[in-house]
Design a binder for this molecule. Structure first.
Ligand code: HEM
Length: 154
């Protein structure tokens, strides 16, 4: 037995759970009138790559950094796309729906932490997508944790 607090990645169910999440999510994105045009040219591996990225953020293996170009590559994929506020909001809405459909843990602690990251990441993606915005100073993927409410807290 260990007293170590599990990572959000472990709590979510690991790589397999995150891949189910992104498959479900991008199936919705492809059918969504606001988002489909932005993702018209994404390739079939896109959901898997985003699952790998999210896994690294949530404390899982650093596979996106090691095998998929890391933070800078992710930022470059948003650059110049001029994501609109309503597109960002829809992205978050579809992500919440997909979490429920695939049955990610729905305890208050996990959901508040994960949604917190989704809000953060989607706002950063929108900011980095503005025309004329260049590379950021950051070079590594930001990690996300439980925040103020850890499992077992009252
Ligand atoms: C937490 C929020 C987000 C995360 C973690 C994220 C993550 C990623 C990653 C990792 C990639 C590159 C995938 C690869 O390596 O192939 C990517 C590409 C992309 N993202 Fe995001 N993203 C976020 C939010 C958004 C939002 C809000 C939008 C638009 C509403 C968006 C639009 C796109 C587009 C259009 C691409 C390129 C797709 C293509 O290859 O054609 N992202 N994102």
């Amino acid at each position: 037995m260990t007293d170590r607090v599990p990572t959000l990645y472990e709590w979510a169910g690991g790589a397999e759970a995150l891949e189910r999440l992104t498959e479900e999510f991008y199936a919705r994105v492809r059918k969504d009138e606001l988002l489909a045009p932005l993702f018209a040219r994404m390739d079939d591996d896109h959901p898997k790559h985003v699952a790998t990225f999210l896994g690294e953020v949530l404390g899982g293996p650093e596979h996106y950094t090691e095998h998929h170009g890391g933070y800078r590559h992710m930022v470059s994929r948003h650059r110049g796309r001029a994501i609109k506020p309503e597109q960002r909001a829809r992205w978050v809405e579809l992500m919440r729906e997909a979490m429920d459909v695939v049955g990610l843990p729905d305890d208050a602690e996990f959901r508040s932490a994960f949604i917190g990251y989704i809000e953060f990441g989607s706002r950063r993606a929108m900011a980095n997508s503005r025309p004329g915005v260049g590379p950021t100073g950051r070079t590594t993927i930001k990690k996300w944790g439980w925040g103020e409410a850890q499992p077992g807290d009252d």
